[in-house]
Design a protein around this ligand. Structure first.
Ligand code: GLA
Ligand code: ZN
Length: 675
């Protein structure tokens, strides 16, 4: 499957290039500089709608023709965008319906980008028409390796088009108004809807009093799903338009990692390759960046995975746009590759001279020549990636451990009024992921739909919403010998955010062997404690007060009126076991606890590396490629466990040798699999 989709013989290196902002002499100079930097792939035509369709009945492709010709003559591959991320000014003037309405009800005017209403028939008509025309015109260019639909889809709209479309979406989902009233529990506060027309969008004018605070979670949750689906529909329409002309060119759109408004697990089903833009803040930890890569790789379920954008050095939107320190751009590029990416692409190739991104990093700076630190670092990386060639393309990552992450849970947990404003879904996911990351445990991030039988351990931090079938899947997994871990605030509601009555954690009660009677929200800085295997740990955020119903308490609270009640339980269920972590604790606890559980579950093959060195493995039938990344400022020494060759230096190592990695340095160790 991989070979059919991936149309490049190496890790793609290059990125967003906007020649339409420059004169043609500059283009020529750019071609020279690209060669120097070993750039082999450019993303073109991301924001050119205004010049491609200067008026309603007028299209103009001559400039793009010249650009396409030039890059082909220069041996470059192309990721061709459809330009529909920003509509032209004439369209906004003539059809104000295409403009979005904000959460507070404010109707927007022309400006910015990503400002088109996803449910506007006019926007859909013209965006799809443009995609079709582009595909018809450029379909014979065999250097196009991907379609890039629009750009960083996102945001939301509360206009009248969307309100009407919301009612249609609801009718399709609930069929009858009675079912809608049941699902939303509208008997509360006399909200009964008599007619579909009574339904309005949930925003500041209706159910919300802040972005995240709503009176009716059911309505707001359905709006989130609807908005994600509406935008996805725009993507799908363009997908079909280009696919009809070019069935063999893979289609993608650049995603944004943990981006809350769009349910990427659903989106990825309609993508031939998953690509994403990695813009960590300078203070983000390697574990945070790694978790985003895992999410993005995971949603593709084995499809090619691309790093579509990152900055060569600075961004322009942070309060302090610090430089990437020497070596960090290379380190983070290899980190993406270490997590499965088959491209290292950037925004942008040449820095623009006006508007908000003129101080955003680029391969070619305002100085205009190659004698810059950033250019040197990029061309060295470009050269290395050329030498690496096809060696690791298409290799897979294998994990025995998975963490469940689900957009419906994200939305519903954070819409929940109570139990604590400190409860943030992603933070809890990160706590568990980081504990695994620190022990170099390969971890997949999976949706609730995934087949669990391929894993030994599945962790579902705050699985608040249990959608139909998910409890049964977990039950089977554990019954067949799997190890399942979940936490406080799990099993409370069904897919409509309606509470499962009869005792928490609802449908997970039998497999966990517990009943949670109450849950105590601890104010910031307040703590309880528990002791596990000889060491005392903090309990914060939420402390569940639970009863054992078959499970065994492994530790109990030490303070307050619930001292003595279980803080950590284990239930043997069929051939497997299910753990319940009833409170939030510290990284030290999570690391020790998970390490113990992994040992019990027989998860072997963890790389034993010094603190701050990340290790991952990509493999194919013949070889294992072990990535070692030194995220620290110190030199680190690593003992070699199997004979191997460092693909980046060509150096050979035997078992027992020591490889030393300087600050920010990387090794890719190639090992034979069957020795
Ligand atoms: C995003 C966009 C690009 C550009 C960069 C700047 O990722 O896709 O068009 O705006 O951010 O960092
Ligand atoms: Zn709208």
């Amino acid at each position: 499957m991989y070979e059919k989709i991936w149309k490049h013989s190496k890790i793609a290196f290059g990125g967003d290039y906007n020649p339409e902002q420059w004169d043609e002499d500059t283009w020529k100079e750019d071609m020279r500089l690209f060669k120097l930097a070993h750039v082999d792939t450019v993303t073109l035509n991301v924001f050119s709608w205004a010049s491609l369709q200067p008026a309603e009945d007028e299209y103009s492709f001559e400039k793009l023709d010249r650009i396409m010709e030039m890059v082909r003559e220069n041996g470059l591959k192309v990721v061709l965008a459809t330009s529909t991320g920003a509509h032209p000014a004439w369209m906004a003037r003539k059809y104000p319906e295409i403009l979005r309405t904000e959460f507070n009800g404010m109707k927007r005017k022309f400006g910015g980008r990503h400002n088109s209403c996803p449910n506007s028939p006019i926007y859909r008509k013209y965006s799809v028409r443009l995609a079709k025309k582009l595909a018809e015109r450029y379909k014979d260019y065999d250097n196009i390796i991907a379609w890039h639909i629009s750009n960083e889809y996102g945001g939301e709209c509360y206009c009248e088009n969307c309100e009407k479309a919301f009612r249609v979406w609801l009718k399709e989902k609930y069929k009858t108004i009675d079912e809608l009233n049941r699902a939303w529990n509208t008997a509360f506060w006399g909200h009964t809807f008599y007619d579909w027309e009574d339904v309005v969008l949930p925003n500041l004018l209706s159910e919300h009093f802040e972005t995240e605070r709503t009176m009716f979670q059911g309505i707001s949750l359905d709006y989130r799903r609807f908005n994600s689906d509406s935008i996805l529909e725009c993507y799908k329409l363009e997908y079909e338009a280009v696919k009809a002309q070019t069935p063999d060119i893979p289609v993608t759109t650049n995603l944004m990692g943990f981006y809350k408004p769009l349910d990427y697990q659903k989106w990825a089903k309609y993508m031939d390759m998953v690509s994403w833009d990695n813009y960590p803040a300078n203070e983000d930890t390697p574990a945070q960046i790694a978790m985003s890569h895992e999410l993005m790789r995971g949603i593709g379920q084995g499809k090619p995975f691309l790093l579509m954008e990152q900055t060569p050095s600075v961004t322009n939107w942070l309060p302090y746009n610090a430089l990437k320190r020497p070596g960090v751009m290379r380190l983070w590029s290899y980190q993406a590759v270490a997590h499965g990416a088959d491209s290292v692409m950037f925004f942008q190739m040449r820095r623009s001279i006006g508007a908000c991104e003129k101080y955003h990093g680029a391969l070619i700076d305002h100085a205009g020549h190659e004698n810059t630190r950033v250019f040197r670092e990029m061309s060295e990386l470009g050269k290395e990636l050329s030498l690496l060639g096809e060696k690791i393309l298409g290799t897979r990552m294998k994990s025995d451990v998975a963490i469940m992450f689900d957009w419906d849970n994200w939305w519903s947990i954070e819409y929940s009024a109570g139990p604590s404003c400190l409860l943030k879904y992603r933070d809890e996911i990160q706590n568990y992921y980081t504990a695994l990351f620190e022990q170099n445990v390969a971890t997949d991030i999976i949706s609730c739909e995934e087949d669990l039988s391929q894993y030994r351990v599945v962790i579902a931090p705050i699985l608040y919403m249990v959608k139909p079938g998910v409890d049964e899947k977990i039950r089977q997994f554990v019954a067949n010998g799997g190890v399942f871990i979940t936490t406080f605030f799990s099993g409370y509601v069904d897919e409509h955010d309606l509470v499962t009555v009869g005792g928490y954690p609802g449908k997970l009660r039998d497999v966990l062997g517990i009943w949670v009677e109450e849950s105590d929200a601890l104010p910031k800085d307040s703590r309880n404690h528990f002791t596990w295997e000889g060491k005392q740990y903090e309990a914060t955020l939420l402390c569940d007060l639970l009863h054992e119903e078959g499970a065994k308490a492994l530790s109990t609270y030490e303070e307050d009126f619930y001292a003595g009640m279980p803080a950590l339980t284990k239930n043997i269920f069929g051939k497997g076991s299910a753990y319940y972590v009833a409170t939030r604790s510290t990284q030290e606890f999570y690391q020790r606890f998970l390490s113990r559980v992994l040992d019990e579950a027989g998860v072997t093959g963890r790389l034993d590396l010094p603190q701050g060195v990340e290790g991952t493995v990509r493999e194919n039938e013949k070889y294992r490629f072990v990535f070692l990344l030194n995220h620290t400022k110190d030199e680190k020494e690593i003992m070699i466990e199997r004979a191997c060759t460092d693909l980046l230096t060509g150096e050979n190592f035997d078992k027992g040798d020591v490889i030393s990695l300087q600050e920010t340095k990387v090794a890719i160790l190639k090992e034979e699999r069957n020795v």
